[in-house]
Design a protein around this ligand. Structure first.
Ligand code: TUI
Length: 307
């Protein structure tokens, strides 16, 4: 399926992998790119030299294009922003903030810049700043979220900007891809489905929670702190939400979540860990390779769009 995004990124299918912290490392990114999608290294809070190493490892595994997600709340973001230039990365997505400070450096280096936005205002601002496309990410997504739904955000962003729009949040199969295209998107970004990919290094316990999740199993922590994060419900979320109700401050809440994503992804601690996942988790029941996932999703989407 050819779209403005497949042309922009030089990929076969209009499928971009989310830049998930701890999850989006080189095995997953290379597998998605090899399968014809756009794999992404999630820099998250990693030190710049680790990001450099990850980029080099993807290059050893595939010649296909891939990108890096720069998480702007990361104190290392300025150094990570330089590493992507030095390593000749083809495209960057950004999350959890405004990438304006890096835009000139990236554009001068010929990097395609695709900020993730959660509002029309931010999408317009990014277009004015020179972005090549935007990811419009709905509140159905896992991790750090905005408040609009994908269904309402994507068409409003598509109406507001001329650059191509990528839909994200709540998309996990061919029906979601077809729906996103009907809303005006030129590609989708998927995260949760790729967490359970065979090539994903995520601990089996975490994968198991996603594979067994029901539609209403996610919860949003941090609404009171201004950093809402969607995760699957567990002991950590119950304690966190109780503390939020009591009006506990940000510092104490952060102690509860400190390192909790690593605990979930690496140690498989599904009791105290932060199981970031989108609302689509309830529909994900099988572990497949990235190639199987992408081909199945795109075949279903193309059949629906033809109909
Ligand atoms: O960034 C994400 N999702 C994420 S980042 C992340 S790592 C993390 N871990 C713990 C605490 C905090 C972060 C986990 N999930 N998605 C993209 C996204 N960006 N969603 C919403 C936004 C966003 C929010 C505000 C984009 C721009 C923005 O602008 C604010 C401003 O500066 O104007």
């Amino acid at each position: 399926m050819k779209t403005e995004i497949t042309e922009l990124l030089g990929i076969e299918y209009p499928v971009i992998q989310g830049g998930m912290a701890w999850v989006a490392e080189y095995h997953l990114a290379a597998a998605v790119s090899k399968a014809g999608g756009f794999g992404i290294i999630g820099a998250a809070s990693a030190p710049p030299e680790i990001v450099r190493e990850q980029i080099r490892k993807v290059k050893e595994l595939t010649d296909r294009p891939f990108g890096v997600n720069v998480m702007l709340m990361n104190p290392n973001a300025p150094e990570v922003a330089k590493v992507v230039v030095e390593e000749g990365v083809k495209a960057v997505t950004t999350g959890a903030g405004n990438p304006a400070a890096y835009m000139k450096m990236w554009k001068d280096a010929g990097i395609k810049v695709i900020p993730v936005v959660a509002s029309v205002a931010m999408a317009r601002m990014m277009e004015r700043a020179g972005a090549d496309a935007v990811v419009a990410e709905g509140t159905e997504s896992g991790g750090h979220i905005g408040s609009s739904t994908t269904m309402t955000l994507v068409p409003q962003v598509a109406d507001a900007v001329k650059i191509p729009v990528v839909a994200a949040g709540g998309i996990g199969d061919g029906r979601g891809v077809a729906a996103a295209m009907m809303l005006g998107a030129k590609a989708v970004q998927m995260g949760t489905r790729f967490i359970v990919a065979k090539e994903s290094i995520v601990h089996e316990n975490y994968k198991e929670r996603i594979l067994k999740a029901k539609d209403i199993d996610s919860e949003v922590t941090g609404r009171s702190t201004g950093h809402p994060i969607r995760v699957l419900r567990n002991k950590m979320t119950r304690e966190y939400l109780k503390m939020e109700e009591k009006g506990v401050g940000l510092e104490e809440l952060e102690l509860l979540t400190l390192g909790s994503l690593r605990k979930a992804v690496i140690d498989g601690d599904v009791v105290n860990g932060s199981l970031m996942a989108g609302q689509i988790a309830g529909m994900i029941h099988k572990e497949q390779t990235c190639k199987e996932m992408i081909e199945e999703i795109m075949q279903e989407a193309e059949e629906l769009l033809k109909g």
